[in-house]
Design a protein around this ligand. Structure first.
Ligand code: HEC
Ligand code: HEC
Ligand code: HEC
Ligand code: HEC
Ligand code: HEC
Length: 458
């Protein structure tokens, strides 16, 4: 046992951070790395034989789940100071660690309150954490397999098995579900990707997250998941590598999502639907815009829906280049603020600010705190008051009209753009981290011809 631990410490520079030396608070229940209850192997140890998986993983948000500056800022500058004042928040703070640094969560039962404390463990969602995950306990806690063998998707036998064990669990949505769904300490569901997927037609027919997020493109192309093929491991030791079977389906570990611009582009195609050729007596020319979420297996935006949002900007120009006003027809009832239109809620002035042009259609979730105000802090949410996000596989039809000048006829150039933003700039500046730039998800142009409306109608 001791030998393994020594090797561990040589490989893991983090083991060197002895609390008495780095000045971080030392608590009695803090285990030394050599006494870890769950001694997970570090991801760098997989690199030699699984170089491809490692390379993809290294850049993924799973690897950066803890070092991610936005997470770090919110956790250390807001959650921890508040949990130190209010013991009621300690368990909530521990849940942050459960998902963003599960190895630390498994091995330390206290509140991780400094970066030095965290650095004693490998943070992020690590290779070995995922590949020794056997399931979840009734209370949602992670369960590590007793065999210690790496859980993999292939039914290999004999010599080729090496250190792996076949697992059906790594291939299903439930595997991802525990971390991609969350309820805060007040009982409000603040993240629901897994439930959204489970209720979708993808979830119902067992089409797992992995099929979209771990194929070589990271999404379905023309409805198909395309996979790389090859060996699961490339060992440079002796001839063992020659014995490895070529697999028809290798799973990619980059897990693209909200942080990869190329991934978001074209994720939700747009289309115009024009029903009439003439405007009404008041010069209103109605049309619809179709926003298509057939390609994702859950609502969009999903994940951190406390922070993420999308919006539509629709413009119209006459052939002469004059701007024609475009009005969004809200179908919402007029009780309370209409959060589906930017600028309608009193909180938009502080939260959305100028990120979204006033009057634009917004897709978002609105969580409110106990003062009844919109809050971007998932752990302060007492209620989810609004959710107009696009459902999985939904094609949303949005009604608009042009406000045409009297007796207008001729060509009109319509343009619709759908944008996505990971978090409002008001929030990133508060957290003092780099801004998420807005991503143009989809763009659609269409030229239409409008026939004269007869003045006699007036
Ligand atoms: C978030 C969890 C997660 C992390 C982190 C993770 N994997 Fe995987 N890995 C999976 C899943 C899930 C599959 C199988 C997908 C399926 O069959 O549907 C897989 C498949 C594999 C396979 C089988 C071959 C292949 O490429 O499909 C190997 C080998 C592997 N992972 C190694 C690694 C290594 C090495 C790392 C770290 C560098 C790593 N994994 C990190 C979840 C993870
Ligand atoms: C010394 C080389 C070596 C190292 C280091 C190594 N592996 Fe492997 N691994 C292999 C070989 C060989 C296989 C079998 C490949 C096959 O069946 O084709 C394998 C298979 C796997 C599989 C199962 C793929 C399947 O068959 O379903 C997983 C998962 C896996 N390794 C994860 C890891 C993780 C996680 C680490 C780091 C903690 C790691 N491996 C480190 C050589 C290695
Ligand atoms: C049918 C394919 C498909 C399935 C199934 C699917 N997703 Fe997605 N997912 C997408 C697409 C497309 C996007 C949007 C583009 C992007 O961010 O990659 C996305 C985005 C995401 C995001 C970023 C959300 C955001 O708003 O930024 C997360 C997190 C995610 N998926 C996790 C999951 C999990 C977990 C599951 C299973 C419970 C799952 N996905 C199932 C296709 C899928
Ligand atoms: C141990 C918890 C855990 C497990 C298991 C897990 N994830 Fe994640 N995942 C996370 C965390 C935490 C993040 C966010 C990291 C960040 O942004 O700080 C994340 C990020 C992602 C992203 C990137 C989202 C973005 O915005 O860029 C995708 C896609 C994703 N996960 C899909 C999956 C899929 C598919 C599975 C199952 C094969 C899975 N995850 C399993 C915890 C987990
Ligand atoms: C059940 C698992 C889970 C818990 C608990 C959890 N998170 Fe996360 N967190 C995730 C996942 C998964 C994502 C990525 C979702 C996405 O891409 O939209 C994420 C994303 C984030 C992000 C956005 C990062 C970015 O760059 O986009 C922040 C900030 C964050 N979490 C902070 C926290 C804090 C603070 C806590 C504790 C109060 C916490 N999380 C608790 C799973 C969790």
């Amino acid at each position: 046992m001791k030998k393994i631990c020594l090797l561990f410490c040589l490989l893991l520079s983090s083991c060197a951070s002895d609390p008495s030396r780095d000045g971080s608070p030392s608590a009695d229940d803090e285990p030394a790395a050599s006494r870890l209850l769950y001694p997970y192997e570090s991801s760098i140890q997989c690199k030699g034989c699984h170089a491809d998986q490692y390379q993809q993983y290294e850049e993924s948000m799973h690897a950066k789940a803890f070092t991610n500056p936005l997470f770090n800022a919110q956790y250390f500058n807001d959650v921890v100071p508040r949990a130190l004042r209010n013991p009621g928040l300690v368990s909530e703070a521990r849940t942050c660690i459960a998902c963003h640094a599960p190895v630390a969560f498994m091995n330390y039962s206290g509140l991780i309150s400094t970066p030095a404390q965290a650095s004693r463990f490998e943070t992020g969602v690590t290779c070995d954490f995922c590949h020794t995950l056997g399931g979840y306990a009734e209370n949602g806690d992670f369960q590590q397999v007793a065999s210690g063998k790496k859980q993999g998707p292939f039914q290999t036998t004999g010599a080729s098995t090496f250190h792996s064990e076949y697992s059906g669990f790594v291939q299903v949505g439930d595997f991802c579900g525990r971390c991609h769904n969350a309820t805060n300490h007040i009982g409000v569901e603040v993240k629901s990707t897994y439930y959204e997927w489970r209720e979708s037609s993808y979830g119902k027919r067992g089409f797992a997250c992995q099929e979209c997020h771990m194929n070589k493109n990271g999404f379905l192309r023309n409805g198909n998941a395309e996979f790389e093929r090859g060996q699961a491991a490339h060992m440079n030791i002796g001839n063992i590598s020659k014995k490895q079977k070529e697999q028809g389906k290798l799973y990619n570990h980059s897990f693209p999502g909200a942080h990869s611009i190329s991934q978001l582009q074209d994720a939700l195609p747009l289309d115009f639907k024009i029903g009439s050729k003439t405007a009404d007596a008041d010069g209103r020319f109605p049309f619809a815009l179709l926003v298509n979420n057939e390609r994702s297996g859950h609502k969009m935006p999903s994940g951190s829906s406390d922070l993420r949002f999308m919006w539509l900007v629709v413009n119209a120009l006459s052939e002469a280049g004059e701007k024609i006003p475009v009005v969004f027809q809200s179908s919402m009832s007029a009780i309370g603020p209409d959060y589906s239109i930017a600028g309608s809620s009193p909180d938009d002035a502080t939260i959305l600010q100028n990120d979204v042009p006033s009057g634009a259609r917004v897709y978002r979730v609105v969580l409110v705190n106990n003062a009844g105000r919109q809050s971007l802090y998932q752990y302060d949410a007492v209620k989810n008051t609004f959710d107009n996000r696009l459902d999985a596989t939904e094609i949303r039809k949005e009604g608009y009209y042009l406000k045409l000048p009297a007796n207008f006829s001729g060509k009109v150039n319509l343009e619709a753009n759908l944008y996505y933003r990971g978090a409002p700039s008001s929030f990133t500046s508060l957290m003092q981290v780099a801004d998420f730039s807005p991503v143009l998800v989809a763009s659609k142009k269409k030229q239409i011809t409008i026939e004269t409306t007869h003045a006699s109608q007036k």
